[in-house]
Design a protein around this ligand. Structure first.
Ligand SMILES: CC(C)(COP(=O)(O)OP(=O)(O)OC[C@H]1O[C@@H](n2cnc3c(N)ncnc32)[C@H](O)[C@@H]1OP(=O)(O)O)[C@@H](O)C(=O)NCCC(=O)NCCSC(=O)CC(=O)O
Length: 384
């Protein structure tokens, strides 16, 4: 009983996070597509309808290239079935992209891949069994006894959901080290320009992120980056229609309602108050926190900033990730955590770093995942 209580009391540490973006720039892809005289002109279309000064997105990376389209022209022909082709390609590429992120996270963590006890894999892009979690475990050489879970169709909130589950596992299994891997490839839903979908196609990019989560860091070099102190998931009632995905013969079709930024704006304050009340803080000053917000779109970040009266620097990490990679759905939050880590390392004065922070991710439901975070360095200073 004593040991059980000690485990439940332990704080949780995000021990390392990393990324492995796919490496083809959308703009370069566009040139290749044009060179192949394929009936698409994506970048030009985006530049008119969603220019970078409006979207906040300068670059995105996609796996799709002209060679792939030459081999599978059905991908850009809405009148031909292409779901099977896409699912086949994803079966290999989703775990491969996750592998590149996971290898970097494991290297930064500093322990052996075989020390990983649990794996949570999240993707909206994989529809194949044995699923991507099993393949990733094989690619990384994880122990055959690694305990695997795959999450699907949580959309952009899946990174937050996976971290929350990892926290539960780590706190309830002594010595557990949970690898969280999110890998997203837009090829599963890619289509040629279409006015009704242009906002979504202008936002999303490919990428993978990986984080290692454990409780009670060992003394052999583990360096916790963030503590996850409390977690919550909130669904905004009556908003099921706002974000949705559906399998069709020509890939996964998605719908983004124009109301999403407003729905988040109207609900975020209460959601945050509830999250901080759960850790005994009934009157948080939002500008005293550090912020890891899923950059679902520029308007979402603007609305949060406006509603909570945040200083512009507070969402700078989220805006930078949006600018450099676009919205990589569930994988994006690992990039934001990594960017916060990088910014924190540049900050000379640890005393100036906020001790408390918050992670927010949004997905279908509309669901808001929130995690109250703590900076282990600032906490250590206070305790010493
Ligand atoms: C796309 C934007 C950057 C565009 O910003 P702008 O400053 O240009 O101005 P704006 O918002 O007025 O939009 C410009 C034009 O696009 C239209 N428009 C905007 N959002 C739309 C949508 N979802 N569907 C269809 N049309 C849309 C507007 O009506 C307007 O049309 P007109 O010019 O005719 O008046 C922004 O609206 C934005 O960030 N929206 C949030 C995107 C979003 O929902 N992200 C969540 C992704 S999903 C996610 O992260 C979770 C998940 O997947 O689960």
């Amino acid at each position: 009983m004593g040991a059980r209580r000690a485990l439940q009391r332990s704080v949780l540490h995000v021990a390392s996070c990393s990324l492995g973006g796919s490496n083809r720039l959308l703009r370069q892809q566009q040139q290749q597509l044009e060179a192949h005289h394929l009936p698409t002109n994506l970048q030009e279309h985006y530049d008119i309808i969603l220019p970078s000064h409006k979207s906040g997105i300068e670059k995105r990376y996609i796996h799709l290239d002209a060679e792939l389209i030459s081999a599978h022209p059905e991908i850009i022909d809405k009148h031909l079935p292409s779901l099977e082709t896409r699912v086949d390609i994803m079966a290999t590429e989703v775990p491969k992209l996750a592998e590149s992120a996971a290898r970097k996270a494991i290297a930064k963590w500093g322990r052996l891949a075989t020390d990983i006890t649990h794996l949570i894999f999240s993707t909206y892009s994989g529809y194949h069994g044995p699923s991507a979690d099993l393949q990733l475990a094989s690619l990384l050489g994880l122990c055959p006894s690694v305990s695997r879970t795959i999450l699907s169709l949580h959309g952009c909130s899946s990174g937050g959901r996976a971290l929350q589950l990892a926290k539960e596992i780590a706190e309830n299994n002594r010595g557990a080290r949970v690898l969280v891997a999110c890998s997203e490839l837009t090829l599963i839903c890619f289509s040629t320009p279409d006015e009704s979908k242009i906002i979504g196609h202008g936002l999303f990019g490919d990428g993978a992120g990986a984080v290692i989560v454990g409780a009670d860091p060992s003394t052999d070099g583990e360096c916790p980056l963030f503590e996850m102190v409390a977690t919550s998931q909130t669904m905004i009632p009556g908003t099921e229609h706002a974000l949705s995905m559906q399998a069709t013969s020509s890939g996964i079709d998605f719908h983004l309602s124009i109301q999403v930024p407003t729905l988040i704006k109207d609900n975020i304050h209460q959601c945050l108050l509830d999250a901080f009340r759960s850790v005994g803080n009934t009157d948080p000053n939002w500008n005293d926190l550090f912020w890891a917000v899923h950059p679902g779109g520029r308007a979402i970040l603007d609305n949060i900033e406006d509603k909570l009266q945040l200083h512009p620097c507070k969402l700078a990490a989220s805006r930078q990730v949006l600018s450099e990679y676009g919205n990589m759905s569930g994988a994006t939050i690992a990039f934001v955590l990594d960017e916060l880590r990088r910014r924190r390392e540049k900050e000379q004065d640890i005393q100036q770093q906020p001790e408390w922070g918050v992670l927010l991710a949004f997905g279908p439901g509309v669901t808001i995942e929130s995690i109250v975070l703590r900076n282990p360095l600032s906490r250590g200073l206070k305790e010493n």
